[in-house]
Design a protein around this ligand. Sequence first.
Ligand code: SF4
Ligand code: FES
Length: 815
Amino acid sequence: MSEVVATKQSVSFILDGKEVTGYRGETIIQVADREGVYIPRFCYHERLSVAANCRMCLVQVNDGKKTLPACHAQISQDMVVNTQSSTTRQSQQSVMEFLLINHPLDCPICDQGGQCDLQDLAMGFGKGVSRYEDTKRVVKDEDLGPLVSADMTRCIHCTRCVRFGTEISGIPDLGALGRGEDMRILSYLKTGLNSEVSGNVIDLCPVGALTSKPHRYRGRSWSFTNHAYYSAHDCLQSHVYVHTYKNGIDGQDAVMRVVPRQCDSINQIWLSDRDRFSYLGLQHRDRLTHPMIRDGKSWRVVDWETALTLVSEKIQSVIKDHGPEQIGALISPSTSLEEGFIGQKLLHTLGCRNMDYRLHQRDTDYMDSAVHTLPQEFLSFEQLDNSQCVVLVGSYIRHEQPIAGLRLRAASLKGTRVLSINPIAHAWNFHCEEEVVVAGQDFVQFLGACVVSLANFGAIELSDRWRERLIHIDSSTQSDRFAKYLMQSDGYLLLGQYAQSHPHASAIYKLCSLISSVTQMRLVMMTPGTNSTGLHAIGYGPCHRVDSVNMSTGESSYQMIDRPKQLYLLQQVEPEIDHYDPALARAALTRAQTVVAITSFTSPEMLEYADILLPAAAWTEFSGSWVNITGEINTFQAIKPLHGQSKSAWKIYRVLANLLKCEGFTYHDISELRADIPLLSSGCLDESIDGEVDLSPPLPRQLADQVVGSELTRIGELGHYQMDTLVRRCDPLQRPADKVIAKIHPDTVRRLGFDDPGNDVVVSLKQGQNVISCPLLTDKTIAKGAVYCPVICHGDSQLSGRNDAIEILFSEDDQ
Ligand code: SF4
Ligand code: FES
């Protein structure tokens, strides 16, 4: 990595005849870049360590006959650097000639053409002719998987891709074998690229050796239009450029690729594979192009007026016959502020309070009681970089927010201690100082034990009510060690997917809040979807602020499914995957009188339970605003035409409101709608929300419950390439590994009275009436007393609550 200058001691020297100032420890190329003097380079990259192996950056120093690599040579007082002298030019031309000896002249068929450093530098710094007449080296290509295409004959051995793996991602998928002309860049174990951020090597490779496989041969960079946008798959909202191309078929702009847009406070120059490749889902065969209504067992394409009139009739009929409380709205956590605001306003006007975006959660009490405030702090990556300690509470940050995972790894390399409390001993790409692997009620109890340890060390004075709740919980050696870190450090408690979707999420949250309130550890929930924070901030949810004190309550996403409704309104969700209890959700939707889906995609399951399908604009096709985990409000404009007859969701709500004769919905354009949203008109989250988090203890039994006998709890995570409707339709991201395989700790199998079944057994997993069969592997990384069984995204069978109790049925032969 570019060396950070510890002592800011000034150094003056002459650069191309001009006196410039740098700092001791800086290299010539760093100062030259700052001064706007370009020095050609291949292996040097400001975010990677200095390899100095390509020699392209040679410059003349102090009129010497030999040139020095500017990326490696440090500046010194009164040195004279000449980047334009004939000696410098000759060195650079010689290096270029040397590099081109083995590089194929295949620019016309190379995807890097037009954006290739080698092509550019050969034009700017090459000789124009080569004296080499022998045969060129040919290297066998590597199969690096479905995302990155490898043409290794083009490789110039700069090792940027190798250094990215060892230094940035921490997953050394690629390495170098051999020396000199025999040197090869390859995947040592022939496993291809498997990290969640593997696509970054495409940007780093200065030649056409590593290119985007899905984008291969699909267009030239100079014919694309560049749009600044935000990615939509996690709460970071990484900054991206979306490249569109006016294709010749229908003359409409199509998204051709997505690349990172530099933003030092969020994604720096990196992008997760999910953010980079999920645009491929936009053209998926599941895209809904026209409004459709159910006609018996078949579907009929209709016009918008017919579809929306039918929706309004159905809503009126349910309100008349059953009351507005028989309507339930389930929306995606990536819903924009504008869509959430107008949808909420419509439901409130109709007298309905049942609305939620927290589909993955069962216990939402702690958030509902924090309706007047944000139940967490914002994350600052600058503070994270300098934190002494970060505790991951039920978070596999690498998969849930891959860019935050990269930033945590960078902080860890600088000295931040990372502690983890998770149901799985995850494959971290950083050193984990302390790791506790517990699931189910043990998870809550360990956090309780940490509080008891803090109390024993005198860091916290527990109230009588808290003492009563924690009476059955003892500290342990491990909780004592955690408590010591918590007391002595500042940093973050990051609550991830498992913590938030735990059946006792309120207890977890309140214990973490209590710890946060007596230590220097800030509590941040790494929320799912893009805009959970924004939707909470505008009050979207069953608990609605009536005024600064009072609130009215409806039902949460879990309650809406647990107590089935007559009419469901879905927006960009597939509850049979997204809901905490997929089986229960599917049953409720199938039983409902009417299901209206505002959606970009259909699925076989949706075509069974839905009655009216309204095509909605997908990512890049609508304008809106999101709030990210750092508290920034990101407003963006649509950059791609609507697909088929789809419409922006906020317009669908507006027309529906007019058909239902609701007043106050005369928004002519999105700017009028934005003016009605206090958060957007003030532009400041703090002015919209000013309450306090409820820190009263959770119910006593939530902390004292024990997992008894042979009861097992499920770890039902949603795969990182299944997080939303778009990414799960990006075919290259769907790997065989995403197929359902259950895992269990071998000790748990023995505790149940069975022999270790080995790795070839198929078992039945049962939750209530729901049973599935799948292979079972024994795996020591899984918490004891738990069964890892991810959410199933395909097929008819589905289990129930993600993290609820589960039974495992072995065949008698296994006993
Ligand atoms: S594949 Fe590209 S990034 Fe990797 S060493 Fe070769 S030229 Fe450099
Ligand atoms: S850029 Fe300096 S040696 Fe490669």
